[in-house]
Ligand binder design. Structure first.
Ligand code: PLP
Length: 279
């Protein structure tokens, strides 16, 4: 199959799947999701993404209708049925199907899975960024479906001919519209701590583990817009883009001052990805 969808046990091509109008996602966006990348029909960082998914669901008091092992098996089985060697693997949980009423319904949660072909991105291609005030709520650690400020920011970036928007609360940089952002400065990997202002990115976590292995110092503390602009390198990370460096921020050239350290980090991530997804 070219694409594959799943909704509470029903399967089909994504373009043919339908969902009930009273699924609470339709009127409240009431749900959580997670996503990663598969290569050779093997899912990268599956344990970590499933753990975060259960954590997001728990923080919103939603019950996943499967154990972690059952969900992983279902995802692996579905990924094996899609023709493409490289896939975007996305799943979400919505808080049941019921007439519109803010308080929770007496209904089981709905599980959705969507698979589609997606080529692995080339980390050597740099990204161009804009900066925007972070106007999101204070639960950014939960991977909820309520992404309107992120959607608006991503659109602003696209209209500026850029790839991502770096969000900041006042002077303090948080993350991007759909990725985390980090800097390299004087040999140190600096990244916002995993508080309620950012999503705890799985790629971020892997990079920190790889930095520890490579003896690269890591500083998990907020950094400012001025520090971002003066960084030796700016790194943008996510499950779909992996780890790309920025060459431009708000129309000004940035980074490019520590290509050797950047390459060590990117090579380590590339190796890690291949180790988990090679045949
Ligand atoms: N921050 C936000 C807001 C995101 O949407 C994402 C990915 O979707 C990330 C960070 C990166 O997380 P991960 O590395 O787990 O893909």
């Amino acid at each position: 199959m070219e694409t594959l969808g799943y909704y509470n046990g029903k399967y089909g091509e994504l373009s043919e799947m339908t969902v009930p109008m009273l699924d609470r996602v339709c009127y409240f966006g009431d749900g959580v999701y997670d996503a990663t990348h598969a290569r050779n029909h093997k899912i990268y960082c599956l344990d970590e993404h499933v753990d975060r998914f259960f954590n997001s669901a728990g923080l919103l008091r939603m019950t996943v209708p499967h154990t972690k092992e059952e969900l992983k098996e279902l995802l692996r089985e579905m990924v094996s049925k899609v023709d493409a060697d490289e896939q975007f693997v996305y799943w979400q949980l919505t808080r049941g199907t019921a007439p519109r009423n803010h308080a929770f319904p007496e209904a089981p949660a709905n599980l959705w899975i969507m698979l589609r072909p997606a080529p692995t991105q080339d980390m050597r291609v740099p990204v161009r960024l804009i900066t925007l005030e972070d106007t999101r709520f204070l639960h950014c650690n939960i991977k909820t479906l309520n992404l309107l400020p992120n959607v608006m920011a991503a659109q602003r970036a696209e209209e500026a001919g850029c790839d991502e928007a770096v969000l900041h609360r006042g002077e303090s940089v948080t993350e991007c519209a759909h990725s985390n952002v980090h800097i390299l400065k004087d040999g140190v990997f600096r990244t916002h701590p995993t508080d309620h202002y950012i999503l705890p990115g799985i790629t971020r976590m892997r990079l920190i583990q790889l930095c520890h292995r490579l003896n690269i110092p890591v500083d998990e503390a907020p950094f400012t817009l001025a520090e971002l602009r003066a960084a030796d390198e700016i790194l943008v990370t996510s499950a779909s883009t992996f780890c790309r460096a920025a060459c431009e921020l708000d129309g000004q050239p940035v980074g490019g001052k520590d290509p050797a350290l950047l390459k060590r980090i990117q090579d380590a991530l590339d190796e890690d990805f291949h180790r988990e997804t090679d045949l």
